[in-house]
Design a protein around this ligand. Sequence first.
Ligand code: 5AD
Ligand code: SF4
Length: 494
Amino acid sequence: MTRKLFIRTYGCQMNVYDSERMAELLAPLGFAATGSPDEADIVILNTCHIREKAAEKVYSELGRLRSLKDARQAAGRDMIVAVAGCVAQAEGAEIMRRQPAVDMVFGPQSYHRLPEMVARIARAGTGTRAILETTFDVARKFDELPDAPGAHGPSAFLTIQEGCDRFCTFCVVPYTRGAEYSRAVAAVMDEARRRVAAGAREITLLGQNVNAYHGTAADAGAPSLGLGRLIRRLAEIDGLARIRYTTSHPHDMDEELITAHREVPQLMPFLHLPVQSGSDRVLEAMNRRHRVQDYLRTVERLRSARPDLALSSDFIVGFPGESDTDFEATLGLVRDVTFAQAYSFKYSPRPGTPAAAMERQLPDSVKEERLARLQDLIAAQQRAFNVNSVGRRLPVLLERRGRRRGQLAGRTPYMQAVHLEAPEALVGSIVDVEVTAAHALSITGTLASEAPRFAHASAARPQPPSPQSMSPQSTSPQPPSGNAVQEGEVRIIA
Ligand code: 5AD
Ligand code: SF4
């Protein structure tokens, strides 16, 4: 009998990847995905602990699930409620104490044991059945996970690295995801090939500190391979048209990786490179191990390797002790670099992190005001970047149906969301799109070519780079930058 599984995913892309793997683990036990918790036999909340707000959402969702579970059990049907992810890792038994409806709590490094945990609960029936599993054994997890079958659409995530050893003073990741771990090159290559064989045209390599990747490569004659060299190997996979990676630390942006941006046409001209603050004083208190100058120099090197590179970043405002001058320096950095998009957050003290115990915590009103100013500036840059694309022809990977009938949604090489009218058969293809309008968060356009550049059905082959084009998908050498940076010119204000 088919049973129903509902997973709600909070937080980052790695949680999205983990949720997909959980669904794959439970499929052989007869669990099929459902779009609503109402009819689910098992509900998993895959949680995020990065900011307080994200963690709070979990408890309110658990309250709703408790009523659902009571109603189902009153009707003679069972429901397993599970909490996974980083809140599970950080708060463990506390979750079960606060919400008795929860049957299972397991951290990000334990979910490969899900089938066994579900079986244990089934055996226990409605009796005592609480399971808490928060051990760290990331190597074992990847060894024990079944081969990913793929088939998740044209754009796939692939975790290559997990955990972090950097210990930024605001961040819970080193505590919830554990020490840095890189998967072996062969395992990554195998999974990538399977994803492509199942229809992926684009792979986004994931890691909390993805550019610290150093996977063992038995054949390389060297103890490990960095991300730049891994990307070169991935680019040899037939049919893999686009490669991206996230999230990077500025400190780990090495020459090999920067050169890959220059030389590997499949590596997309978009990079998410969190800087967090534009003030050296704050960066030091954050234990970021890079200064503003280091960041600007890295951006300069990247842009000279790939002049049309679009940049994204993360910012935290209202870090303990952040003065008006510090905050102004952050605005200054944003103006100097110019971003195609960026995320910004109010500092949120996380239990157990050094910054939570720092003096001079700032009032919410100050954080709120700074966040609004920063977000206005970022929004203006993002809009300008999009406006700059109007009139251009850009290659777009069509990923799925759009919200409106007859519409498809996809992305440009620069990560811009695109909506256009196109036949559904083109999902999975890369097509040329004439950009006709720009909006705050997306662009719209029309199909410029009848024939897709990379058809979905035929295994798409990236073409070799032509002298005119740095990417098989760059139809124009001009970046659609809203930052007044001309090709070849890098405007960094020291
Ligand atoms: N408060 C606010 N933002 C945070 N981030 C990480 N920890 C915190 C925190 N305690 C942000 C950082 C990071 C992104 C994923 O979340 O900007 O890059
Ligand atoms: Fe957290 Fe990223 Fe810093 Fe690691 S590098 S501690 S994941 S913010």
